[in-house]
Design a protein around this ligand. Structure first.
Ligand code: AKB
Length: 327
C-alpha cells in the first residue's frame, strides 16, 4: 500500500475538531488543547455545547458540517493542519432517521475530505465503529478483514465511509486515519443515540442510588472501551509514522467485552444493593448484529496499541469520578 510523507501536528499547528460538543469530542478537544495549547485547537459544533469548557477554554465556531461553504470558511480562516471530524448520528438514532443519518454521516464526510484536499489540510481523523460488522460476521474475536454486511443505517454509512477514506488516501494522497471504536464509556458526558449507551447510564444510576432498567438483555456481550483508552488510541494513531500504517480504511480496536449483568456485578463491589432489571427494546436487534469481541492484532502490530482498562478498573474509576461530581 502507498504511504504519505505527511507528519503529525506540531505544537504550533492548528487543529479543528468538528463535533467537539459530543461524547468523544468534548474529551478529545480537552486532550488536544493540553497537548498543543488551547488557542491552537478550534472546537466546532452544530450547537452551543452544554459544557462551557469547550467554548471558553479556546476558540469555538458554530458549524454544521453539512454547510460546505461555512466549513470552507472556517478552514480558510484557521488553516488547520489536522481535522478531527466526529459529527455523526449514532446507531439507534440513525435507525429512526435513516435518510438524515445517511446524509449527515456521508455528506458530512465528503465535505470534510473534499475541503481537506482543496484547502491543504494534511491529516483527517474520522471515527468508524464496530457497527461496520453485521449478523454474518464471526461474532467472537472478529478479525480486521472478514465478512461485513452491516444491517443498520449507521453501520452501512460507516462501512461506506471507511471505503471512501481509503479511496481518498489512494487517489488523493490525503492522510486519513480511522479507528473502529467499540462502545465508549466516560464520566464527563453522556452519549446520545447509541446502542452501547447503557454502559454509561448504568453508572449514573448506581451513584444516584437508583435501580437501572436496561434496554438490552442480561447476557448481551459487546466490545467496550473506557474513554482514557479511546483518547490514547486516537492520539497514538494520529502520531504514528505514516509508513507503518497498513490499514487505511479503519483499524479494529478492542479493550474489553462484557454483558449488562457483568457491569452490574462489577458495580455491586461498591454498591451491594444495586438493582438492574431488563426491558429489551429495538436496540437489542442492533446489538445482536454486532461482534461480542474484537481482534485488534493489526493495531497492536502497526502502532503499538495496548489498552489499560478492564471492566473492574473502569468501574472503580467511573464511580470515583461520578461521586466527586455529585452536587
Ligand atoms: C453506538 O452504540 O451506536 C456507538 C458505536 C458502537 O459506534 N456507541
Amino acid at each position: 500500500m502507498e504511504t504519505t510523507s505527511r507528519t503529525a501536528a506540531t505544537a504550533a499547528d492548528t487543529i479543528l475538531v468538528i463535533g467537539a460538543g459530543g461524547q468523544l469530542g468534548l474529551e478529545l478537544t480537552h486532550e488536544l488543547r493540553q497537548l498543543y495549547g488551547a488557542s491552537n485547537v478550534v472546537a466546532a459544533d452544530v450547537r452551543e455545547p452544554k459544557n462551557d469548557e469547550v467554548q471558553q477554554a479556546g476558540p469555538f465556531e458554530l458549524l454544521d458540517v453539512l454547510d460546505k461553504p461555512r466549513l470552507e470558511d472556517v478552514i480558510r480562516h484557521y488553516k488547520p493542519k489536522q481535522v478531527y471530524h466526529l459529527a455523526a448520528l449514532l446507531s439507534a438514532t440513525a435507525e429512526k432517521n435513516p435518510k438524515f443519518g445517511w446524509q449527515l454521516n456521508m455528506d458530512g464526510l465528503f465535505n470534510v475530505l473534499d475541503a481537506a484536499i482543496d484547502l491543504g489540510v494534511q491529516q483527517v481523523y474520522w471515527p468508524s465503529s464496530i457497527a461496520v460488522f453485521g449478523p454474518d460476521t464471526p461474532r467472537h474475536n472478529t478479525p480486521q478483514l472478514t465478512v461485513m454486511n452491516p444491517n443498520t443505517v449507521y453501520g452501512i454509512s460507516k462501512l461506506a465511509g471507511e471505503q471512501w477514506c481509503e479511496w481518498y488516501f489512494r487517489k488523493h494522497k490525503l492522510d486519513v486515519r480511522s479507528l473502529r471504536y467499540p462502545g465508549l464509556i466516560g464520566y464527563k458526558s453522556l452519549p446520545g443515540g447509541g446502542t452501547t449507551d447503557y454502559a454509561v447510564d448504568i453508572y449514573h444510576k448506581a451513584v444516584a442510588g437508583q435501580p437501572y432498567e436496561c434496554f438490552l438483555k442480561a447476557d448481551t456481550y459487546l466490545p467496550m472501551m473506557y474513554m482514557p483508552d479511546a483518547l490514547q488510541a486516537t492520539l497514538d494513531l494520529m502520531h504514528a509514522p505514516a509508513d507503518g500504517l497498513t490499514v487505511r480504511s479503519s483499524y479494529n480496536l478492542g479493550a474489553m467485552s462484557f454483558s449488562p449483568e457483568e457491569v452490574a456485578t462489577s458495580i455491586r463491589r461498591h454498591y451491594p444493593d444495586f438493582h438492574i432489571s431488563y426491558q429489551p427494546d429495538s436496540r437489542q436487534q442492533i446489538a445482536d448484529s454486532w461482534p461480542a469481541s474484537i481482534d485488534d492484532a493489526q493495531a497492536r502490530k502497526d502502532w503499538g496499541w495496548q489498552p489499560q482498562f478492564d471492566l473492574n478498573k473502569m468501574t472503580d474509576d467511573m464511580l470515583l469520578h461520578l461521586r466527586l461530581r455529585q452536587p
